[in-house]
Design a protein around this ligand. Structure first.
Ligand code: IPE
Ligand code: IPE
Ligand code: MG
Length: 247
């Protein structure tokens, strides 16, 4: 990355909705699964690019709780890609000092994949260069409902005062507990929606939408998103340059 790049304001937490694999393949007369395969190549490179840019926390949306609605063959292929990705890339990610975690309902996945995920998480638990979250079988509404259910159970058991449930308490029940909220969410492929991703956490996220299909996403696209982000005026309900105004 260039020097000017390193000087600009960076997101503490970048999240990416990696969309457009199917269309990428269809446009080339290939089967959708070729797009997913290429998407994994892009993912691998993007993790490196994101680290190179100096970002410390990255969440990648790889499979939504609604993606089970796809044909069984495609779902199975995506499951096998996750499995193969962990098998082939875990050592490398660990070597790069990346901490890997999976966000999502893992009980619906196969025992073999659950084991692999657990291994990946425990092996890399102390790594510090990048916190990488793979959102797989993730749905924000499910995450929020699950958090509400756990809090309700504690309230019924008498161990939690309902009046003490603040946004902070609620946020600490979510799968992202301990992570900063995403500052920037990139979505590829020209779709302008959030598709049940990080609904609670994105309250003040900046969004960057690009027409680029995920398999075509490069370090240049990332640089463009980061430079757009650096130019955003994030007010959080306050005023621009509020500190200076108060003097
Ligand atoms: C993103 O690409 C990957 C997943 C959602 C699993 P898509 O498979 O959604 O690709 P398009 O949107 O059909 O092109
Ligand atoms: C969102 O993409 C989920 C992932 C990128 C994993 P989809 O392709 O599933 O989203 P919709 O259906 O177009 O909203
Ligand atoms: Mg899609």
């Amino acid at each position: 990355m260039s020097q000017s790049h390193q000087q600009q304001e960076l997101p503490s937490h970048l999240a990416i909705i990696m969309d457009g694999n199917g269309r990428w393949a269809t446009q080339r007369g290939m089967r959708r699964q070729e797009g997913h395969r290429q998407g994994v190549e892009t993912l691998r490179q993007s993790v490196k690019d994101v680290m190179q840019a100096g970002i410390k926390c990255l969440t990648l949306f790889s499979f939504s709780s609604e993606n089970w609605n796809r044909p069984k063959a495609e779902v199975n292929f995506l499951m096998s890609l996750l499995q193969r990705f962990i098998e082939s890339d875990l050592a490398d990610l660990h070597g790069q000092n990346v901490r890997v975690r999976m966000l999502g309902r893992r009980q619906d996945l196969s025992p073999k994949i659950i084991k692999l995920i657990e291994r990946a998480e425990s092996l890399t638990a102390d790594n510090t260069s990048l916190q990488l979250q793979v959102a797989f079988n993730y749905g924000a509404r499910e995450e929020i409902a699950d958090a509400a259910s756990r809090l309700a159970r504690r309230a019924v058991a008498g161990t939690l005062d309902p009046a003490s449930i603040t946004p902070e308490v609620f946020g600490s029940e979510l799968l992202t507990a301990g992570l900063p909220d995403p500052d920037l969410i990139i979505r590829t492929s020209g779709e302008y929606r959030i598709s049940n991703f990080l609904l609670w956490q994105s309250a003040y996220a900046e969004f960057f939408f690009t027409e680029t299909l995920w398999p075509d996403f490069t370090a240049d696209d990332l640089a463009e998103a980061l430079s757009a982000y650096a130019q955003r005026d994030r007010r959080f309900g306050g005023l621009s340059n509020q500190k200076e105004r108060e003097h």
